[in-house]
Structure formats: C-alpha cells, structure tokens
Write a protein that binds this ligand. Sequence first.
Ligand SMILES: [Zn+2]
Length: 276
Amino acid sequence: MPPSGRGRKTGRFKGRSGRRFKTLGPETGPCLEISLFSGYHPRMTVQDQSPCLTIPRWNQLSFLVHGFGLAGFGLRGLKSLWPGFAAVMTKQTHSDRVVFLDGPPDKEVKGDGLATDRSGLLLIVRTADCLPILLADERRRVIAALHCGWRGTVQRLAEKAVALLHGRYGCEPGGLLAAFGPCIGRYCYEVGQDVRDRFAEEGLPIEVFDIHPHREGKYLLDLQAANRFQLLRAGLDPGNMNFIGDCTHCEPRMSSYRRERDKAGRMLAFVGIKPF
Ligand SMILES: [Zn+2]
C-alpha cells in the first residue's frame, strides 16, 4: 500500500461505484484517493525535497530522463538539472496537434503534443490543473509529451498521438509506456453541462463524469480516467500505465489554475532521450 503522506489522518470514502477508497483526511478533501487505477501511485512526503516527481518504473529506462516539476521549478532549474539537453516547448493551444521534431525548432511552434526519436531534446509541456502525459517506446527509442486539458481530451489528443507514433516511427501501442502526471483530481474538477455534452457528441464515455453533489447542473470530471480510456482504446496495455495521483488543486506545492487563478504558475513535465 502506498504511504498515506505527511502524517495526515486517513479516512474511508465510499465512491460512486460502491468501492471503498482510502483517502487523505479532511484538510485536503477526498480528492487524493488511491485505488482508482492499478498503476503505481507515488505520494509526496515531507521527506521529499526533490523539485520533481518521477515514476519509479521510468527511472529504470536507461535511455531517457523524465519528471514532473513541482510549482516553482522552472526552465532554469530544469536546464541546470539536465544541461546536456535542448529544451523544447510549444505554444499550447488546447488542440489535438502533435509536433514531430528532428532537432530543435528554429521558431516557435504551436501544438499540445511533442514527439521525437532524437536524443538531446527535452520535450516539455506546461500545466496548472491540466493533465501531462508522457509516452515512451523503449524498443524504438521514441518519446512524446502531451498536454491534455478537457479540450485536448475531447479532441482525443492522446488517442491520436498513439496512432501518429505508430505511423511515423512504427511504435506498437502494446509496447508503449504512459506516465500520467499530476492534474486536478476527480473530486475537484467542476465542469458544466456543455463539457459533458461535448464528450457525448464525440462518442467518449460519459462515465468519467459524476453529478456534482452540491451544485445543480454541474459535474465533476475525471481527467485521468478519460485519458486512460483513450489510451486503452488505442491499444496500450493497462499494465504499462503509471500514475502520479496527487491532485494539483489540493496539493499546495503544485500549481493550480482553479485554486490560484491568474497567479498560478505552470508546472513543467518533461522527457528526453539521453545524448550520452
Ligand atoms: Zn483535489
């Protein structure tokens, strides 16, 4: 069982399906529940002084570096941590566009996905509540980084990215690893009827929405589950998906647009193929 974190009381919360979820205590609300997925759920603890969270399984991948930076960990910190890389970011527009890179771009590119099979490029997505997803194919040595808010999700960015990686690099979906970074959790992400309607129109499962317990006409969206569904449909093995379960809205060391509004910084999720 993962550690429950920071000495807070734990409690029991009955989820919508009747399953019992172990949760952190009332200071953070019921968002940080543990048993939604079968993947590993690293937890931050007071002992953690690293500015980045990583997935233990991905730490074993010798050909790449990866991480999910906490609030305040910026480009300067990232460059000093991995000085051998060229950092690449896009102008994120909540689209389904994936940019393929053979080298550092000479001008700003627009898109919400980055992919490469070249070493020395650090692919970066910036988030504050949206979901960052990293993809890696160990056999073909291919990586990708995706920025999945609800708009990118409803445009099926994650699902399309897997098909594009197959077409461009020959990546077999069953061999792809996916690392889900921290995002706003399923008990904090309030959305309107319009968002739920868009998912239904696109043929995406509306089971990822819960009726809001207190606000009429509002729903709660499980962004991780919505994207997990897409990756499963695209052919990924559920055992190849790992998740960082912390909720950006509940965790003060993370950036949250919903909590901080215009004052919110952006957290950096990154992956790069080692040039050495
Ligand atoms: Zn939360």
